[in-house]
Structures are given as C-alpha cells and as structure tokens.
Design a protein around this ligand. Structure first.
Ligand SMILES: [Zn+2]
Length: 83
C-alpha cells in the first residue's frame, strides 16, 4: 500500500507552525516535567517542537508554551533536556 505523501501533521507549540510529524521533536509529560521522546513511543500527552531554536524557547517556557501545551492548570512545566 502506498504511503500518503504527507502523513500526520502537528503544530509546533512554540512558533505554532505546522510540520510533518516526523520532522518534529515530541515532548511527553512525565512526573510534571516535559521530556524529549526521541523514539516517539512514550504514552501520555505529547507536544511537538520543530527545531533547536524552538526547543530553546520551549526550555525557557516562552509565553508559557509548555504550560499551555500540557495544561497543568497553572503549574509550571519544566523541560528536561537529554544528556
Ligand atoms: Zn517551532
């Protein structure tokens, strides 16, 4: 069966632009922190970031983008970067 030309599209939580899901970095909420889901296999609410610039902004929670993406009801979300 032929694959669709574009596949799933997701919105970057920082710049709000849409990209093919495979071009984005997936973040997942774990124990109150957003972690990078490098294999895109972790369960839970995911959020997507498009690249290193937006990743830096996500790490700083610019405009509350992480809080908004994960909707923790005002609880601040921090981003745990991989080693
Ligand atoms: Zn972006």
């Amino acid at each position: 069966m032929a694959e669709k030309p574009f596949g799933p599209v997701r919105t970057c939580i920082v710049c709000r632009k849409k990209y093919p899901k495979r071009d984005l970095v997936r973040l997942v909420l774990r124990d109150g922190a957003a972690v990078v889901d490098s294999r895109q296999k972790m369960s839970g609410r995911g959020a997507y970031v498009c690249g290193s610039r937006c990743m830096e902004k996500a790490a700083m929670n610019v405009k509350g983008c992480l809080d908004r993406a994960f909707r923790l009801g005002g609880k601040p979300v921090r981003l745990e970067m991989p080693d």
